[in-house]
Write a protein that binds this ligand. Sequence first.
Ligand code: ATP
Ligand code: MG
Ligand code: MG
Ligand code: MG
Length: 339
Amino acid sequence: MKKRILLLAGGQSGEHEVSLMSARSVLNALPRDQFDVTPVVISKQGRWLPPTETQRALESGEAPTGGDLVLHRAASAEGYDAVFPLLHGPMGEDGTVQGLLTLAGIPFVGSGVLGSAVSMDKIMTKQVLASAGIPQVAWALAVRREWQAQPDTVRERAAALGYPLFVKPANLGSSVGISKVARAEDLDGALNLAFSLDRRVILEAMTAHKPREVEVGILGNDAPIASPVGELRFDADFYDYETKYTEGRASMHIPAPLPPEVAEQIRTLALRAFRALDCAGLARVDFFYVEETGELLLNEVNTMPGFTTTSMYPKLFEAAGLNYSALVTRLVELALEDR
Ligand code: ATP
Ligand code: MG
Ligand code: MG
Ligand code: MG
């Protein structure tokens, strides 16, 4: 019998549009002889759209308004065998939707509440990975109240890391709200931007030189496998939103031209991080490789990485011999597996 799949896309985060792009690809790729797929788009206001509005949103690439209250829809999600929450960022990739689906008793693709929540928050990720002995840049935490009440303590913390540094909302993706701060004068503006998007902000020392950016895909539950390593190259100061999503601004190199022992180290560290964070199903683990010093630093773990047919994660597994359609099928199988 065909498996009934609910594909969730859109969502409330700054990555709403990115999620809809990913969802269109997955929708086209899930084999129809095996799966009966129902897409449901979640509007930017968090409401779950009925079928016709969902269709319209998928075609137009956005869903600013409309839809039902979430709980009403989740209750009717009971008729599905599995859910594919193809949502990026807060209220989707951060354990909230995963909690709802866990409560509803429906299997779903990807990490559970714990792995999703910890991996979404860059500060929690750093803390867990530090305790697992995984190399990372120096960093510091700041919370909104503190920035409002004692801005100088936050400024001192930044100065201790040295410039240039990166200021990031702790819970976001697609580089939304991220600034590279070259001088102390630009710090306040970067912090105000990051705090407009999140209560928690991470300050990160920049790598000693402009790093090479290398990424690896992980697939599996308790016996995960690592893909070949890929590299992103782009002509910009850092990999910002515009560079990520403007056609032709970045190029993907798979496999990344790296010394074999460096590639192997990346795969080993990525698998260790996946386990330390209690991830499941899939993750894309991103590293900085500082060629000048030979340093390898883990940047972040994305539990629901970009998923269009040209995105890095599917391309990495395609290079490993698993085409896009086989990959999404495998992800649904992993969701249905006993853990
Ligand atoms: P994604 O879309 O992959 O989820 P994100 O929004 O979570 O990305 P990061 O990967 O943390 O953001 O940072 C975005 C980009 O900023 C990186 O790809 C890199 O180009 C640059 N960058 C971030 N932190 C540093 C750092 N500490 N040193 C050097 N470059 C950095
Ligand atoms: Mg990220
Ligand atoms: Mg992300
Ligand atoms: Mg990233």
